[in-house]
Design a protein around this ligand. Structure first.
Ligand code: 7TS
Length: 415
């Protein structure tokens, strides 16, 4: 029999998990640290920190270049990380996984390679009104350069994509769709399987920005049939400086390279350079080897816990927080989609979100305030900023209770 979400959730021993995260043990301003800024970056388990230390103590050398023992060791570690990401995303081949600096670089790569080849004057790039700036600006830059148009599918008052409008905007000039899997400002989970089907019905490829999705939901790029999928390691309990572009092999092979340099070539003369095979064609220069090793350790850590268990635990936290926060007079939740993950954005009547963040900080509670690099979302809701609590697998109901006490304190201060 399938266990209910609660039963699964109770299978996640959060107190034990917290012991894996050294940073969570400290106090902030004399209070136990309550870290609810996970959408910005998540904390790292000891397993990840140890893997990075081990890499530098045992394996470090430049990869793909040396015949010597350590270089082979480092290359094996790096390629094992690629394999781990492949399995994590359920991609068909390791060569479909490109190591980059982050989700931002991955989107820029696709805009500057696939986009520059396929988007011309009068063509259209279709995004949505809930994108992070990093899934807006690279497309805007491309459209400016090419004389193309950026089309934006609208969202409703709950922060859900209006699918009929999205479908209407998918036109004969649409050359690519770029859409967030989960919104960082609203928490909305987009029905991307459906969206990909709609786009493919019109022969339009889809890039999915999974930066806020991979920490919360299991992703299967083959089942989704997305053409590109991007994410950052640092939001997935892995180190900073590493991110992933997944692309279908045939698309990657047909794309021109992004940056030129070492490792991305197969031969160079002053007359002509021939490029390496994918994925190396897109990995110019020395990559972040220790970062890849750390990301692999993060994936292994998550695999041990089980993405379904994590999703169930976080869902329970989000439901609990939503119910409690929405019951506080004067507080309004921004982003009330039926399908949500990880994020609770809110405003308090008469209080600037920055002041909410400052008062909560004094209580040891870390949240993010501002526009969350999603200014068009703020504009859609007629506000400048929100306060955002975002949850991770190590957060507890007691921490949500601390947040609730903090919000009440804010209201007292401004009463
Ligand atoms: N896409 C989404 C949906 C994001 O939330 C972010 C970062 C990015 C892309 C960019 O990721 P990066 O790792 O390349 O910077 N979002 C946030 C946030 O919500 N608070 O800080 C960073």
């Amino acid at each position: 029999m399938k266990a209910s979400p609660q039963e699964i959730a109770s299978g996640l021993d959060v107190e034990r998990i917290r012991a894996d995260f050294p940073i969570l043990r400290q106090q902030a301003h004399g209070h136990p640290l309550v870290y609810l800024d996970n959408a910005a970056t998540s904390q790292k388990p000891k397993a990840v920190i140890d893997a990075i230390v081990r890499y530098y103590e045992r394996d470090n050398a430049n990869i793909h270049r040396g015949v010597h023992y350590l270089s082979q060791q480092a290359t094996e570690e790096f390629e094992a990380a690629r394999k781990a990401v492949q399995l994590f995303l359920h991609a068909a081949r390791p060569s479909e996984i490109i190591f980059l600096r982050g989700a931002t670089e991955a989107i820029n790569l696709v805009a500057q390679t696939y986009g520059r080849v396929h988007v011309g004057a009068g063509d259209e790039v279709l995004i949505t009104a809930m994108e992070h700036h990093s899934n807006i600006v690279p497309w805007q830059m491309l459209c400016d350069e090419k004389g193309a148009k950026l089309r934006v599918a609208p969202i409703n008052d709950h922060g859900e994509l209006i699918l009929e409008e999205f479908e209407r905007l998918l036109g004969p000039r649409t050359k690519i769709v770029a859409i967030g899997h989960v919104s960082n400002a609203l928490g909305t989970i987009n029905p991307i399987a459906k969206i990909i089907k709609m786009a493919h019905a019109k022969n339009v490829p889809v890039l999915v920005d999974g930066a806020q999705a991979v920490p919360h939901v299991a992703v299967n790029v083959q089942e989704l049939d997305c053409d590109f999928y991007v994410f950052s390691s640092h939001k997935l309990y892995g180190p900073t400086g590493v991110g992933i572009l997944y692309g279908k092999q045939a698309l990657l092979e047909a794309m021109p390279p992004y940056q030129g340099g070492g490792d991305m070539i197969s031969s160079v003369t002053f007359e002509k350079t021939t490029y390496n095979k994918v994925p190396h064609k897109f990995e110019a220069g020395t990559p972040d080897m220790s970062g890849a090793v750390g990301l692999r350790a993060a994936i292994e850590y998550l695999n041990k816990l089980g993405m379904e268990n994590i999703a169930a635990h976080e869902h329970e936290l989000l439901e609990y927080a939503t119910q409690k926060v929405s019951a506080i007079p004067g507080v309004r939740i921004v982003g009330t989609a039926k399908e949500k993950a990880g994020v609770l954005s809110f405003v308090i009547e008469g209080v600037h979100p920055h002041d909410i963040g400052t008062i909560l900080d004094q209580e040891g509670i870390a949240i993010r305030t501002g526009h969350h690099c999603a200014q068009p979302v703020m504009e859609r809701f007629g506000i400048d900023a929100t306060a955002r609590a975002s949850f991770a697998l190590y957060n507890t109901k007691e921490e949500v209770d601390a947040l609730l006490r903090g919000i009440k304190k804010v209201e007292e201060v401004f009463a």
